[in-house]
Design a protein around this ligand. Sequence first.
Ligand code: GLN
Length: 193
Amino acid sequence: MIGVLALQGAFLEHQRMLKKCGVESVQIRKPDEMENIDGLIIPGGESTTITKLLIEYGLDKAILEKTAQGMPVFGTCAGLIVMAKNVANNNQISLGLMDINVQRNGFGRQVDSFEVDLPVDVLGAIPFPAVFIRAPFVESVKPNVGILAEYDKKIVMIRQGNFLGAAFHPELTDDLRVHLYFRQMVEDAKSAT
Ligand code: GLN
């Protein structure tokens, strides 16, 4: 069972993808709804709003408790910002799960949204149709963070242990590979405990 944080943003689209992957999902709005989940997706949306609501509902503590026990988390776009230890030019509090420095709206205002065929080695030879919407990019990472994809010399997908982050929106395509990759991370974490 994978939980999808449903405070704001594109959570329904992630649930649709998980269903196509044969994975049951549940919407998370309260800490007690997290009890039975094996993984969590933090969707895109507005990172300031998501962060504010996370704290208001006490979900930040609940998430940190579960991740300390090894629960995998996948953040897309705003979700990636929420997972970062550092957000450049912004002192907003986030979960601080990943040793990365993120630049909000990093691709600039003039290109609000675009799609590219993005090579991602861990997904195989066929590039991934990556949809970027007012996307952040990862400015720098600590050595313990793996870089899975770059676009225009900017880091746009990373993995650090049980944490996965993408600056783009795989839930807005029909390509299941990123969600299948996360499903595997969740399976691996489950069999490790
Ligand atoms: N620009 C948004 C933010 O900073 C993220 C956009 C998105 O999730 N599509 O939160």
